[in-house]
Design a protein around this ligand. Structure first.
Ligand code: ZN
Ligand code: ZN
Length: 344
């Protein structure tokens, strides 16, 4: 089968890869139609991702068709349109048994050497990580469900409630769709900031952001406080990969507020004065991947039109142009936010 392989950091090549075959009774074989290029994969592209390490077939934002099923699979049939939760979990550890599958101690993640991803034409998945793609959603929209799922989880981690004020620092794919989820929850105002105006425009025009700030902006923190009556926001989400934004988050979040770290922030260690956190009793929260209920919720939000997932979808390229797709997501040139690769 065709596969776009990240051979070494910075270099994607088309190869012929062995086709996966069903090994377990609960497995589903999926022919990939579309696959999104994720910001986390740009880390792999730069050689800075903790476990997406070249040589690897990346791709975890997959939509496609079921082409074969194991003998115990009951909810899917050949021909079904599906999307996938990119976590292959054991079902037996403490975390799996209590619903925190993102912390499964034996987990494999799609798009890693342990579980080759959707930049290859076929992938395997376990039945419990497969979800029906509603007829009303295209494959491309299906590929946007995984990042939306991440945001459903992020908002849950924040315990966000209606009427709370939020700031979203970074409006790429994750930050943009996050504006949409915050709006559905009823947050107000939804303040966004980014270094690229086209990313801010998508969040404001189509996803419910109420204010936007083009960075760098010297007076940014003061302006956010002004928007919130001098107080600061209830919740700040750090969705862009710039550790300095965490310091801004500490400054602009009000006492007893929450800061959710979403971007991987692996470029440098954080440098914070502890008292800035202690004195305001801030809660600093991490968020990683998702639960199955988050995927169900994301499908519902997209299919009902409550979140316009297409707002971030700027480019569709053939799989053969995976290298360019990764470069576009990295640089955000040519108005790029989310690039989707397609097999035709
Ligand atoms: Zn992703
Ligand atoms: Zn487990």
């Amino acid at each position: 089968m065709r596969a776009a392989l990240l051979e070494t950091p910075g270099h994607v090549v088309m190869t012929e890869a062995p086709m996966p075959t069903i090994q377990g009774a609960d497995e589903v074989l999926i022919q990939v139609r579309t696959v999104g290029v994720c910001g986390s994969e740009v880390h792999a592209f730069h050689g800075t991702h903790p476990y997406r390490i070249a040589p690897v077939v990346l791709g975890h934002e997959v939509a496609g068709d079921v082409v074969a099923i194991g003998e115990a699979v009951s909810d899917y049939a050949v021909g079904d349109r599906v999307v996938v939760d990119p976590q292959w979990t054991c079902g037996e550890c403490t975390y799996c048994r209590t619903g925190y599958i993102n912390h499964c101690q034996n987990k494999k993640v799609l798009g890693t050497p342990a579980w080759p991803g959707g930049f290859g034409e076929y992938i395997l998945a376990q039945e419990n990580a497969v979800f029906h793609l509603p007829e009303s959603l295209s494959y491309k929209q299906g590929s946007l469900l995984e990042p939306l799922t991440v945001d459903v989880h992020v908002v849950k981690q924040a315990n966000l409630t209606a009427g709370e004020s939020v700031a979203i620092l970074g409006t790429g794919s994750i930050g943009g769709l996050l504006s949409g989820v915050c709006r559905v929850v009823g947050a107000e105002p939804i303040i966004t900031a980014d270094v690229r105006q086209h990313c801010l425009d998508a969040a404001r025009e189509r996803l419910g952001a109420t204010h936007d700030f083009l960075l760098p902006d010297e007076g940014f923190v003061d302006k956010v406080k002004e928007v919130t009556g001098g107080e600061g926001v209830d919740v700040t989400f750090v969705t862009a990969d710039d550790v300095a934004l965490v310091n801004r988050a500490v400054e602009m979040t009000k006492p007893r507020g929450r800061i959710v770290l979403v971007a991987l922030l692996r470029d440098a260690p954080l440098q914070l004065m502890a008292y800035d956190i202690i004195g305001k009793e801030l809660h600093i929260i991490g968020s990683t991947m998702t639960h199955h209920a988050d995927m169900q919720k994301a499908i519902e939000l997209a299919a009902s039109g409550q979140v316009d997932v297409e707002a971030i979808a700027t480019h569709v390229l053939p799989i053969e142009e995976a290298q360019r797709g990764m470069e576009l997501v990295d640089t955000k040139d040519d108005g790029a936010i989310k690039v989707t690769l397609s097999f035709s």
